[in-house]
Write a protein that binds this ligand. Structure first.
Ligand code: SIN
Length: 299
């Protein structure tokens, strides 16, 4: 990744940027906003960066259309939101994911397969909630897409929390959920983590109700890493987690992203869940997304 640390200031002047206030338009009545008026292949001016940050805070998910960023430009853009995360995931050949890596349904020979080596992205989750400092933001860029489908769903955990009955809100307030890499691997039918992985990321307890540091809003902090609830019998905690997940992922809280080539999409893991949808012929068509993740803070 050393090349990514070398500044690549363009010698050409940046083109005029659109009015920041009119940059993004809402994508749905639930969450998300989009623009086709940005070119991220060049550095943005300060006002535009602020407008993007404000839209991210207000809409939780942004889509910037028609991009064709190489690894370095994608890294540079993501870095505007915080430090870039490194990864512990190992591929079939034992190599680790780069900071900018790909999510694909391809095998080591580059052929589409019905059950990709990494398929936990098809379960509801918020990135890296098993770490003491989980991911703030995840960014994907569509590079190759199936002719239809291959969507990604996003669920708004703030709206889901707000819609809970008051009695449930009182019940869950102050609860802590144990988040575990090992649990997730079992839950999703993935290969178990190595002893080294478990030692590097032992289970961690996070608040079940997370307060967003910028908006002050409460949201449910759950998903595939949520193993059980501290202080509750295991079965009771699991039942509560499954009940909350079923509530939080109802259609009324969802935005479904149907990808177009060149879409750059990034979202706030502090208040959204996401999952890929296997609504295409995975053994036949290629789906390749570039991905980079920004490190967050303790919830
Ligand atoms: C992810 O979980 O980060 C990727 C989601 C997707 O593959 O659509």
């Amino acid at each position: 990744m050393d090349s990514l640390h070398a500044q690549t200031a363009s010698t050409n002047p940046a083109p005029p940027q659109p009015e920041p206030s009119s940059l993004f338009r809402p994508l749905s009545g639930v969450l998300g906003a989009e623009t086709d008026a940005l070119d991220l292949s060049r550095p943005l001016d300060a006002a535009t960066v602020e407008a993007v940050r404000a839209a991210f805070r207000d809409h939780h998910l942004l889509v910037i259309r028609n991009q064709s960023l190489d690894k370095e430009r994608m890294y540079r853009f993501a870095e505007l939101f915080g430090p870039i995360e490194s990864h512990m995931i190992r591929l079939a050949d034992g190599s680790k994911w780069d900071a900018v890596h790909t999510i694909t349904n391809l095998d080591a020979a580059g052929n589409p397969v019905a059950k990709p080596f990494i398929s936990s992205n098809y379960f509801w989750h918020t990135d890296k909630s098993f770490l003491p400092e989980p991911s703030l933001l995840t960014m994907l860029q569509a590079v190759e897409l199936p002719p239809n489908g291959g969507d990604t769903q996003f669920a708004d955990m703030t709206k889901a929390y707000d819609a809970l009955p008051d009695a449930t809100k009182r019940r869950v307030e102050g609860m802590k959920t144990v988040q575990s890499l090992e649990f997730m691997r079992r839950y999703t039918g993935s290969a178990p983590p190595t002893e080294e992985d478990i030692a590097a990321a032992p289970p961690v307890a996070h608040p079940l109700v997370r307060v967003h540091p910028e908006t002050g809003r409460r949201s449910l902090y759950i998903g595939m890493y949520s193993s059980h609830i501290e202080g509750l019998p295991e079965e009771e905690g699991r039942a509560l987690l499954e009940e909350l997940l079923a509530h939080a992922t109802q259609e009324r809280f969802l935005y479904v992203h149907t990808w177009r080539l060149g879409d750059l999409v990034f979202w706030d893991n502090r208040c959204l869940l996401h999952r890929a949808v296997a609504n295409f012929e995975m053994g036949k068509h290629r789906r390749v997304l570039m991905r980079v993740v920004v490190k967050g803070e303790a919830p």
